[in-house]
Design a protein around this ligand. Sequence first.
Ligand code: NCD
Length: 310
Amino acid sequence: MKQLSVPHLLGIKNLKREDLELIYETADHFKEVINRPIKKVPSLRDITIANLFFENSTRTKLSFELAEKRLSADVINFSASQSSVKKGETLIDTVNNILAMKVDMVVMRHPNVGAAEFLSQHVEARIINAGDGTHEHPTQAILDTYSIREKLGSVTGKNVVIIGDVLHSRVALSNIYALKLLGAKVKVCGPPSLIPKHITSLGIEVEYNLEKALQWCDVANILRVQHERMDVKYFPSTREYTQLYGVNMHLLSKLGKEIVVMHPGPINRGVEITSDVADSGHSIILNQVENGVATRMAVVYLLAQQIKRE
Ligand code: NCD
């Protein structure tokens, strides 16, 4: 059986194209499973997984938990707000205490860049990065590219624009790596203050004009404005942001072609995207959520196969 080339999923940067293709093939199978009347398979009956969330999350946490349960893994959940982290315990101590309870795999979201990689170097468990600060969010990029592949048949050769707060977005960076690996053409679009200075060194282009970006693309992936990560003002007002970079139906109807609209959620309705666009036939936002479960089942399953063989 084919295996992933990595022992942990820390970021898309560490993956090869074949890894992504193996994950998609495995996810195709699990997507069929979760649409059956009995949505559960016994594959991971002997595996225990801890979901450690040191930062708020709704869909990523629920999606991982559901994916793990559908594979029949034993699951424990931990949120920083209700734990001894508040009493000053270090990350390694917290995790080693959890591992002493014989946990095989850790899914972690953490506000600090590099937290998942750090953990992988210091504890004996498979680690999945569910978002480390503004750095990477690999499973989001996997489910996004999987959803493009499903909708358009392939990612290779497609024009994908990532719109909005690229500077603070781990979704943007992981998507750029995944899209490039799969041979898509990528542009980012947003106010200059929210586009990282050297982003073109990743082999992508910057387009500051939203209309031109939409005209160029097959797929528009719209990002949330991450107010919680902004220590200073990056644009004069939300109203101005929406006027220049908000995606609305008027803009889409002027294009004279169909484009696919995506958003990782949570959506700020009326800020980066209007409700009529989010809920329209252009949008595959809810397909992304559905595919999140199937693709996370694939990632967890493939890493667990490596443990079973040890
Ligand atoms: C993203 C995240 O947390 O990075 N959301 C998610 O995983 N569903 C994007 C965001 O918070 O805007």
